[in-house]
Design a protein around this ligand. Structure first.
Ligand code: NAD
Length: 254
């Protein structure tokens, strides 16, 4: 129970990785605030946690809506009094809109949408809870980025730029708030299974481990970074990708 007595807020928590993070942190003993664009997604995850004997609360929070983020952060602090850990997980590419394209054809409004969701969404939720953490001189912020930030992904130039921004933001903010007792780190997953089973993986030739990662494997890393075991770690981006960013996997190929 390494997170006993801690309260954690997770954004975009109704989807695959977010749900796995919530279940894991609840298992670790945390009170989990499940937030999502869709109230019913958040409610479902919160009720899964309660069914396992954990403590969870559900809130609707669209990370692209500044007023809603400010209001929900106030409500969470009024209801629960304390937030120790924020996991900025909400994100995704233009695939969610069915609008992936080569850069040369990418409309500006799609770029804005991707930056707004991934980078500005992380900025909004962080700012909304940071004052509380600074006042308490304690807090951990964990941003879910992507290997797109490190090596780029074709037809996702916008997403790569947005996640690159999340990693850069993580480092710069860590410098500002470290002296006040708040740590900021990011995680860059590679190919992660979209299975409905959080432990699920698929075979893949794209990694040196010859499989995708599971949502639970990302959740384990979040659990470590959220715990006191990671108290001296800040401003670090952790890649979790089965070696995908090491380079081409074909033997003898340059
Ligand atoms: N799945 C992967 O292979 C992979 C790889 C690298 C990084 N990531 C990152 O991990 C995070 C989670 O990805 P996932 O695959 O679990 O996504 P997912 O699509 O399964 O779930 C995303 C969740 O975010 C919610 N959401 C969407 N827009 C939102 C908004 N505006 N405000 C609040 N919530 C919103 C959705 O309702 C959904 O519940 C994302 O930041 C993604 O970019 C995923």
């Amino acid at each position: 129970m390494i997170l006993q007595g801690k309260t954690v807020v997770v954004t975009g928590a109704g989807g695959g990785i977010g749900r796995a993070i919530c279940l894991r942190l609840a298992d670790d003993g945390a009170r989990v605030v499940v937030t999502d664009l869709k109230q019913e997604n958040a409610e479902k995850v919160a009720s899964d946690i309660r069914a396992q004997g954990g403590t969870a609360f559900a809130y609707k929070a669209d990370v692209t809506d500044s007023a809603e983020v400010r209001d929900v952060a106030k409500q969470i602090l009024s209801d629960l009094r304390q937030v120790d850990i924020l996991v900025n997980n909400a994100g995704g590419s233009a695939a969610l809109l069915g609008k992936l394209s080569e850069f040369k054809d990418a409309p500006e409004e799609v770029w804005s949408w991707v930056i707004n969701l991934n980078l500005m969404g992380t900025m909004r939720f962080t700012q909304a809870l940071l004052h509380h953490m600074l006042e308490r001189r304690s807090g951990k912020i964990i941003n879910i980025a992507s290997i797109a930030a490190e090596v780029g992904i074709i037809n996702r130039v916008d997403y790569s730029a947005a996640k690159g921004g999340v990693v850069a933001m993580t480092k710069a903010l860590a410098m500002e708030v470290g002296p006040c007792g708040v740590t900021v780190n990011s995680i860059s997953p590679g190919l992660i299974s979209r299975s409905t089973d959080p432990a699920g993986t698929e075979t893949s030739e794209g990694t040196y481990l010859k499989r995708s990662g599971s949502q639970n494997e990302v959740a384990s890393l979040v659990s470590f970074l959220a715990s006191s075991e990671a108290d001296f770690i800040t401003g670090v981006n952790y890649t979790i990708d089965g070696g995908r960013t090491l380079g081409p996997t074909g033997k003898g190929k340059a």
